[in-house]
Design a binder for this molecule. Structure first.
Ligand code: FA5
Length: 355
């Protein structure tokens, strides 16, 4: 009877191992079920003790053989699984299939130009300074020698905010002791801010965003970038200004660019200049970018007015300095031959992706 039981167990095992999907877990479960401590097989082996020695020998041998066969079958199945686990068909790589293109971000031309400018000036020993885009009337105008009723203020009429702040020294607003905030219209606003906290000699550039209420055209946008330069020392002159600008433009355009200084008026400089460079889109012949003139107005410049030094807390006539405020987009337009400033903020990916 035990003999039949063993043979039935074997048959049952063989049928079951054919049915299960071979996996390490499934084989472990089968091994446990048929030969584990709590298996029927072990129960049979334990009951051998009640048999005669002849039967013990016979059944014992059969049980052991059967158990060994089960183990052998399981062992072979395990071997098969490990051999088949590498599926050459699944694993093969077709190196000729075109790869998936990764969309990498890249810099906007304004950032590219800004980084170039910063590199050049840092190599000339300048510090890069910064200031807020929401600015008080004091720093954007009054400290720059532009009092409230001065016409130069209208030229840069900008976006005013409703919020008012405690007046910062502005004589005009002393009565009610508060003044309006606006989006700064020029990076010159950083001049007095920086000088209040730093004593000469100093050399800074201030790249940053400016805002103006403009009727926009190919060279004017409502939001644009300028970069200010400010040098203050005891012996600074217009020659230094022109030389520095020329050094910068040659490095920036990697070619000789013609510079033109025209007398102009900005209340915060004396003397003051309008600063032009030859149009690099058309080489000076005249095109849409330079509105046919061959020159592109890059910015304003001049020797710092002593009133600005006084507003910043310096002694009158102790120092001299030069300053300029150049348009960043205008430089980018020339460098990359772009003929409309409004493209920079258009959000048009066809434009941005070209850089
Ligand atoms: C100024 O803003 C003065 N703060 C510059 C200055 C600094 C003069 C230091 C003296 C000493 P202006 O308004 O001309 O000046 O602007 C300077 C430059 O900013 C322009 O030449 C132009 O390149 C750029 N810019 C001005 N307005 C716009 C605009 N709406 N869109 C694009 N670029 C502009």
């Amino acid at each position: 009877m035990l003999k039949e039981k063993i043979e039935n167990l074997k048959k049952q095992f063989l049928a079951e191992i054919e049915r299960v999907k071979p996996s390490d877990e499934a084989l472990f479960e089968l091994e446990k079920k048929y030969t584990g401590r709590k298996s029927e097989f072990i129960a049979i082996l334990k009951s051998l003790k009640d048999l005669s020695s002849e039967e013990k020998k016979q059944i014992g041998e059969l049980a052991n053989n059967t158990k060994n066969q089960i183990w052998e079958i399981i062992k072979n199945k395990r071997q098969e699984i490990s051999e088949n686990s590498f599926d050459a068909e699944k694993e093969k790589i077709d190196v000729t299939i075109p790869g998936k293109k990764k969309n990498a971000g890249h810099f906007n031309p304004i950032s590219l130009v800004r980084r170039d400018i910063e590199d050049i000036f840092v190599s000339m020993g300048y510090e890069i300074a910064d200031g807020p885009e929401v600015e008080t009337g004091w720093y954007n105008f009054d400290a720059l020698n532009i009092p409230k009723d001065h016409p130069a203020r209208d030229m840069q009429d900008t976006f005013w905010l409703r919020q008012k702040v405690k007046s910062q020294k502005s004589k005009v607003n002393k009565e009610n002791n508060e003044e309006s905030l606006s989006m700064r219209s020029q990076t010159s606003a950083v001049q007095a801010r920086y000088m209040e906290k730093n004593k000469p000699p100093l050399r800074i550039i201030v790249p940053g965003k400016c805002y103006r209420r403009e009727a926009t055209d190919t060279t004017h946008d409502h939001t644009f970038y300028q970069f200010e330069a400010l040098i203050v020392g005891e012996n600074v002159n217009v020659g230094n200004l022109k030389f520095t600008a020329q050094e910068f433009f040659s490095a920036f355009f990697k070619q000789n660019v013609t510079v033109r200084l025209r007398p102009s008026y900005f209340p915060f400089v004396e003397p003051g200049f309008e600063f032009d460079i030859s149009c690099t889109v058309c080489g000076g012949k005249g095109c849409r970018a330079c509105k046919g003139g061959g020159w592109l107005e890059i910015g304003g410049a001049g020797m710092v007015n002593q009133n600005v030094f006084v507003s910043a807390g310096y002694l009158r006539n102790k120092y001299q300095g030069f300053a300029w405020g150049f348009g960043l987009e205008r430089l980018a337009m020339m460098k990359y031959k772009i003929d409309d400033v409004r493209l920079f903020h258009s959000g048009d990916l066809r434009f941005v992706k070209q850089f």
